[in-house]
Design a binder for this molecule. Structure first.
Ligand SMILES: [Zn+2]
Length: 363
């Protein structure tokens, strides 16, 4: 950007350079350790939220298929990528676990709670009696219901659940309503304070520095966390240690094998440089989980999500600003998004995001 004489026009943050001393080289894949790689995209900038400086190169690991930034922001400097990123809006999530009355919500509760009782072993109330007819739901509808509770089976007795990257605590509230003893972890102090205000136990920090007792959690969930951390395999190792033998991890992360990436390339919403340091594919996610000792690793059918990725990728392509709340403007994307969602339901390896569960072996 050039300044005309007599005026000074500051460049937008995302058009400036990332401070050199806060960059580090990544000579090996953070997932499998291979140094063999090919360039996936060069010249990437933060066109999503337009807050992070820097121009980035994304590489594809030849060993496991993961993609990663090299160079990337250092751990000490990464905060620069999150300036003005957190919005701290009060939760707008509206679902059957939200507070509220009204006939529509009650009817949805009756049906959905009956489904959870039937499919996941809960005894939620109020639930409609006799849920056999509910099994006739479409796969898409079941996936949507299953994702709302992150596929959590009913706890048998006292069971602890840790949500890593819990934000305002939206999912912690659902876990609590399902009968779990919930604990949250987040880097963002303001979000943590909001969660605490509704009586939730939330630690501020990372898996590296938080004091949690190993071997005490039945479930650990990480929704869109793993792609942000510098050492994803190390993070999974710590999750494994926090779980009780027989405990389960649930992970959701953008899929570098997504149909949307094929279609939108460097404009794909899931890339989000430089906040996304490592992007997994099905193979690399399985490898990372297996490397730290998880077993029974399974990919789950995604919920309907293509409309979000398509709408936001189109906005990035057109140079429009993306609303931080994640809502996209109405766009004529319906038919294509539905086709992508149907394909991903048949084959979770093709989803815009990957959802995986895995278990720590019984002792
Ligand atoms: Zn690799």
């Amino acid at each position: 950007m050039t300044a005309s004489p007599g005026t000074f026009e500051a460049a937008a943050p995302w058009e400036t350079e990332w401070p050199r001393e806060q960059l580090e080289p990544v000579p090996r894949c953070a997932v499998c350790g291979s140094s063999e790689r090919t360039t996936l995209y060069e010249g990437l900038t933060d066109r999503i939220f337009r807050v992070a400086p820097g121009t980035w190169t994304l590489w594809r690991c030849a060993g496991c298929g993961a993609a990663f930034l090299d160079p990337r922001p250092t751990l000490g400097g990464i905060g620069l990528a999150y300036r003005c990123y957190y919005t701290h809006d009060a939760s707008r999530a509206r679902h059957v676990f939200s507070e509220g009355t009204g006939v529509g919500l009650l009817l949805r509760r009756l049906r959905l709670f009956a489904y959870y009782d039937d499919a996941f072993g809960y005894a939620l109330r109020p639930a409609a009696p006799g849920a056999a007819f509910l099994t006739r739901w479409s796969a898409a509808r079941r996936a949507r219901a299953d994702h709302l509770i992150r596929h959590l089976p009913a706890p048998s007795g006292r069971a602890r659940l840790l949500d890593v990257g819990c934000g305002n605590g939206d999912f912690l509230r659902i876990g609590r309503a399902l009968g779990f003893d919930v604990v949250g972890l987040d880097l963002d102090e303001v979000a943590a304070a909001r969660a605490r205000a509704s009586g939730l136990a939330v630690h501020v920090g990372t898996l590296d520095d938080v004091a949690l007792e190993p071997g005490t959690f039945e479930h650990v969930t990480l929704s869109h966390v793993l792609e942000h951390v510098h050492d994803p395999v190390g993070a999974l190792r710590r999750v494994h240690a926090l779980l009780r033998p027989g405990g389960r991890v649930w992970i959701q992360t953008p899929n570098v094998e997504a149909e949307g990436l094929r279609r939108f390339g460097p404009d794909w919403r899931g890339l989000e440089p430089p906040r996304h340091l490592t992007l997994f594919g099905p193979e690399s996610l399985r490898r990372a989980l297996g490397a730290v000792g998880f077993e029974r690793i399974a990919l789950l059918p995604p919920r309907r999500e293509a409309a979000f990725y398509v709408a936001q990728s189109l906005m990035v392509r057109r140079g429009a600003s993306v609303d931080r709340s994640g809502r996209a403007p109405r766009a004529r994307i319906g038919a294509e998004a539905r086709r992508m969602d149907r394909a991903a339901l048949r084959c979770p390896e093709r989803g815009e995001s990957l959802t995986a569960v895995a278990w720590r072996p019984e002792a």
